[in-house]
Design a protein around this ligand. Sequence first.
Ligand code: OSB
Ligand code: MG
Length: 367
Amino acid sequence: LRIDGATLRLVRLPLVTPFTIATGTLTEKVFPLLTLRADGIEGHAEGVMDPLPDYLEETVAGAMDLLEKVLLPQVLGQSFAHPDHLARRLAPWRANHMAKATVEMAFWDLWAKSLDLPLQTVLGGEGDAIDVGVSLGIGPIDSTLDRVAAHLDQGYKRIKLKVKPGHDLDLLRAVRGAFPGAHLTVDANCCYTLADSDLIRRMDDFDLDYIEQPLAWDDIHDHATLQGRIRTAICLDECIRTVEHARKALQSDAARVINIKVGRSGGHSAARQIHDLCQAFQVPVWCGGMLESGIGRAHNIHLSTLPNFTKPGDTSSASRYFTRDIIEQRLECENGRMPVPQGPGIGVTLDLDYLKTATLSHQDFHA
Ligand code: OSB
Ligand code: MG
């Protein structure tokens, strides 16, 4: 399949409510949206980096520059028999996994469409819906209790609470007290160190399914040490940017659960390898989110149909994030289940009218 054109947009969508995590607050979602073309077919994907390097080191501006000057020129006019081959072409460049994933994922969509098959089928997944949880940002405890109740009522199968120093044990005491049977987890987004081991061990009292990414984004070793000190399973997110990171985490018992984000890990080829490796280690995975638009979310949903995605993911309803999405379909879950968009590729189509109003910049490339 020869890539004969591309469009790179920078898109901005306001969030329904500000989203606060340990590293800061997001009020809008700004992201690169990439379209690749071949034989009149289009494939789409979005980049999951933030404007500032606060989740990982990549930034929107850096990714836009790399896509425009390096990654797109490298694939335009080139033929790839399989998306793995395109991933291999980009592999020699250091890191920049989110920027690479943007290209790789758009090609998976394009390639699946060229075969007239759903993305889930070419990835090796099956089933027409997936279990979904919700990630609740940091806020006052009383309003968090209301939001937990509302999302449990909507059927969400797991509640993830964002924590940070000073907003952890009291929050857990309140939420666990009010919802004794709820499937609860926490996400620290790297805000603790090993010096907080005693505090983190006290989280063992709240029957959490796992503690997500308590320590530094570029550490694996200390997570293994911490896992030896606590009963609750550690789930890694930021740490897992490559298959090698996953291997090291699994071999050292630094993660008993892994959050796979395809847009953070270089794309579906690597995400699938991480999935398979975790399965070999009997470590369950779930699909994380980055507040994506419907394009990124559709990719996440298709990937989530692989067999070792046995825990609910962060692929919540679009209406939780945006008043209006840039796709024509509505990605809404029902009773905690998200239907897999039907049709070839990711199964969703751009709402070009609304996309135009949300687009900050637009650049066309021809082979
Ligand atoms: O750590 O999983 C995270 C959102 C932005 C950045 C990092 C994270 C998150 C979430 C929300 O937890 C996931 C979502 O609902 O898309
Ligand atoms: Mg996380």
